[in-house]
Design a protein around this ligand. Structure first.
Ligand SMILES: NC(=O)c1ccc[n+]([C@@H]2O[C@H](COP(=O)([O-])OP(=O)(O)OC[C@H]3O[C@@H](n4cnc5c(N)ncnc54)[C@H](OP(=O)(O)O)[C@@H]3O)[C@@H](O)[C@H]2O)c1
Length: 273
């Protein structure tokens, strides 16, 4: 992560995702720049507080008022309980960055009295800095807001701007829920291996390591998935025999199309409540 240009930030909720953000910000401050951070979290990890102080961040300044960026990282169901404490950090120049799943920009803007709102959707590998976070910004956000928000989200992995908020339902269905599809792939691959004769433990280890290794290779080489697939598919070989089944008219393509469509629809329905 690049050095931070000494923003003032308030973080409400420093659990799994908020904690991952703070760990990344510590590294950014270590590289130079600075950070003034107020953390509102009942169980903030003292080791993180200590590390922030050690790198020279200003932590929990007295009487903190409006900040450059207010980050909301509580669970959506806790948002209303946290709103009052969060409002004191909002001023005219404040950009609110929410990573809460399913909470629309309108609701965040209304409850916090802010115009400049960014709604972001990380995914589970963000816990180890290998996630992908898609975000959409309200029209009041400035180019500087976007730049700072992208920088603050970097500790969670790669960051992707999205053109319209309605597309967050698709994002939810692809990258938000997507890690579970990949875990299922490892599970069913292991079950198939067991049916072909491997013992359960060996099958599970082979399947998990294969999924993890293929993902790591994609990340490291940055080659498109299709190109990597072609590289390992010799004409008339074993991989091709399997891919003929997976790519058939009732194979993985149509199945995932239905799965993603169902998840996107559920996200739309939940958003209407
Ligand atoms: N985890 C994921 O894979 C994922 C993916 C996409 C989006 N998200 C979003 O990320 C957000 C955070 O998720 P998470 O997994 O980091 O949740 P988490 O680990 O439960 O973190 C939330 C933290 O907020 C604290 N908290 C509760 N009430 C508070 C209050 N009133 N004021 C300040 N802090 C309060 C919680 O403390 P206690 O534990 O003591 O209650 C907890 O430490 C959620 O909105 C979720 O939708 C998560």
């Amino acid at each position: 992560m690049s050095a931070l240009d000494a923003p003032t930030v308030a973080l409400v909720g420093a659990g799994s995702m908020g904690g991952a953000l703070v760990r990344g910000w510590i590294e950014a401050v270590r590289k130079g720049g600075g950070l003034t951070l107020t953390v509102v979290e009942p169980n903030f990890d003292p080791a993180l507080e200590q590390a922030l102080e050690t790198v020279g961040a200003v932590i929990n300044p007295p009487d903190a008022g409006p900040v450059d960026v207010l980050v909301i990282a509580v669970k959506p169901q806790t948002f209303s309980a946290a709103t009052e404490a969060a409002r004191r950090f909002v001023g005219e120049q404040t950009c609110v960055l929410s990573i809460m799943a399913g909470v629309p920009i309108d609701a965040i803007a209304r409850d916090l009295g802010a115009q400049r709102v960014v709604r972001a959707m990380p995914n589970l590998p963000a816990k180890i800095g290998r996630g992908v976070t898609a975000y959409v910004a309200s029209s009041a956000c400035t180019a500087e807001d976007r730049q700072l928000v992208e920088q603050l989200l970097e500790p969670l992995g790669s960051v992707e701007p999205i053109a319209a908020e309605r597309l967050m339902d698709v994002v939810t269905a692809v990258s938000g829920s997507g890690p579970a599809y990949v875990f299922l792939l490892a599970e069913v691959l292991a079950a198939a291996a067991e049916q072909e004769g491997l013992d359960r433990e060996t099958a599970a280890r082979l399947a998990s390591a294969t999924v993890a290794g293929a993902g790591a290779l994609m990340l490291e080489t940055m080659e498109p998935a299709g190109a990597l697939r072609k590289q390992v598919t010799s004409p008339g070989g074993t991989t091709e025999a399997a891919l003929d089944v997976l790519a058939s008219s009732d194979g993985l393509g149509p199945l995932l199309r239905r799965a993603v469509s169902a998840a996107a629809q559920r996200s739309r329905d939940l958003g209407k409540r």
